[in-house]
Design a binder for this molecule. Structure first.
Ligand SMILES: [Zn+2]
Length: 438
């Protein structure tokens, strides 16, 4: 059950109205949001202590009574990790009978499974609806959502969001971009929701063959580079707004506004922490679900590295913002070149001509030296030496510190070229791998 304060606000102030919910997110004073969050956090902890085997065991091991927990830090070292979800049976996390399950795969191996009931999915949809409303989506709009379906959650939540707004919605899974392109005019879609690389492909078709009037493009923020975003916006003459979320978070947990300077977080349904922040405030994001009762997650280690943006946003929304994700904590590699995140190489490689999208960067050890090895598939018959030169130049111009570490001998660069199709591919193929000690 939601906390009483939350229920009171939702019932009396908001009701079923998406515009009113959007206004609540825009105008709720931060102090009130904090109080609601603390109240909901206490409820969640007590509920999980009573109903969730995993969390009850953790509390017992740490000798903490649920009743004394008021804030996340009162839980000390108690967290829920992605590894916990993988290594325990679902029964250890389930607090009541589920009505739906979704999966999320990491970079290999078993998927993590997260369970919900219908009400929770609809609630997630309502909050996504409020964010879409804030970005201008209205009942007369027509939305096509090309998020991958299968066991993924996002297309369902977007469908529920459109239902809450009352907007036309085709949640069609992830067909080839041409299939959606050929129907844009027929169904008069003016809002497109999809993944970044899929949007790039759709935009390439539209650039050659013509566009239709589009009001808004919403993309999952994962892997959207500044260059992709610029290109897509130029083709469609429409803003590209990014959302942030995951299956564990039940779809979205934050969305940009028109300012496009960080994700406004859904602080009504989640309590966010940044763990062990560095000098700039960057640390691992930790999330507690505040409204879920089938499988609540207490202090879930998201493994994404980001920071809060404390300044108020120019758009006027009072919900706190999260910076763009700097990288995955478990994908960060510390080596002679510095602290490397895959995003660094995403930024570098999309500008290199003559290679396929399936590149990979590996950190190896050669004797006493770290080696940063670029593995690429040559296309277009370009000479390997030219590609190598382009990569070196881009490191030098884009990441001068990383280049400085190279020139003073802290690591070596290596280049390996393959035929197309030889390197790992797919949505979650690892871009940056650490092979030292392997
Ligand atoms: Zn804003």
């Amino acid at each position: 059950m939601l906390s009483q304060m939350r229920q009171f606000v939702e019932r009396t102030v908001i009701g079923d109205s998406v515009p009113r919910l959007a206004r609540a997110g825009k105008s709720a004073p931060p102090a009130l949001i904090r109080r609601m969050q603390e109240d909901a956090f206490r409820h969640t902890v007590r509920y999980a202590a009573r109903h969730q085997k995993f969390f009850a065991r953790k509390l017992k091991e740490a000798g903490i009574a649920a009743e004394v927990v008021r804030r996340p830090e009162d839980l000390g070292d108690i967290f829920t990790t992605p590894e916990d979800l993988l290594s325990h049976p679902p029964e250890d996390f389930l607090c009541r009978e589920p009505q739906a399950v979704f999966e999320t795969t990491g970079t290999g191996g078993e998927p993590k499974r997260v369970y919900f009931d219908h009400q929770e999915l609809e609630l997630a949809g309502r909050y996504e609806a409020a964010a879409l409303w804030e970005n201008g989506v209205r009942p007369e709009d027509r939305v096509v959502c090309a998020f991958d379906a299968g066991y993924w959650i996002s297309s369902w939540v977007t469908f529920f969001a459109c239902r809450a707004i009352g907007a036309f919605c085709s949640a069609v899974g992830k067909p080839a971009p041409r299939e959606v392109y050929s129907r844009l005019g027929l169904y008069r879609y003016n809002v497109i929701v999809a993944d970044p690389t899929w949007l790039v492909s759709l935009s390439e078709i539209a650039e050659k063959e013509g566009t239709v009037p589009v009001k808004l493009i919403l993309a999952a923020g994962d892997r959207m580079t500044a260059a992709y975003r610029r290109y897509i916006q130029d083709v469609w003459k429409a803003p590209v707004i990014l959302g942030y979320g995951s299956t564990e978070m039940g779809g979205g947990s934050g969305m940009e506004c028109r300012e496009r300077q960080g994700y406004h977080l859904d602080e009504f349904n989640f309590l966010f922490e940044i763990l062990e922040p560095d000098a700039e405030g960057y640390g691992e994001l930790v999330v507690t679900t505040l409204a879920r009762r089938v499988m609540p997650l207490v202090r879930y280690r998201v493994r994404d590295v980001a920071r809060f943006i404390p300044e108020p946003c120019a758009c006027g929304v009072t919900l706190r913002r999260l910076s763009p994700i700097k990288g995955r904590r478990d994908e960060m590699v510390v080596m002679g070149a510095g602290n490397l995140h895959p995003a660094i190489f995403e930024n570098l490689m999309h500008e290199v001509e003559g290679i396929s999208p399936n590149w990979q960067v590996a950190v190896r050890q050669d004797g006493l030296h770290d080696v940063l090895e670029f593995r690429m598939e040559l296309t277009d018959g370009i000479e390997a030496s030219r590609v190598e030169q382009a990569v070196r130049q881009k490191i030098e111009s884009r990441y001068p510190e990383m280049w400085a570490n190279h020139t003073c001998g802290m690591y070596r660069l290596a280049f390996r070229f393959h035929r197309p199709g030889a390197l790992p591919q797919g949505r979650k193929a690892k871009r940056l791998v650490d092979e030292r000690g392997a």
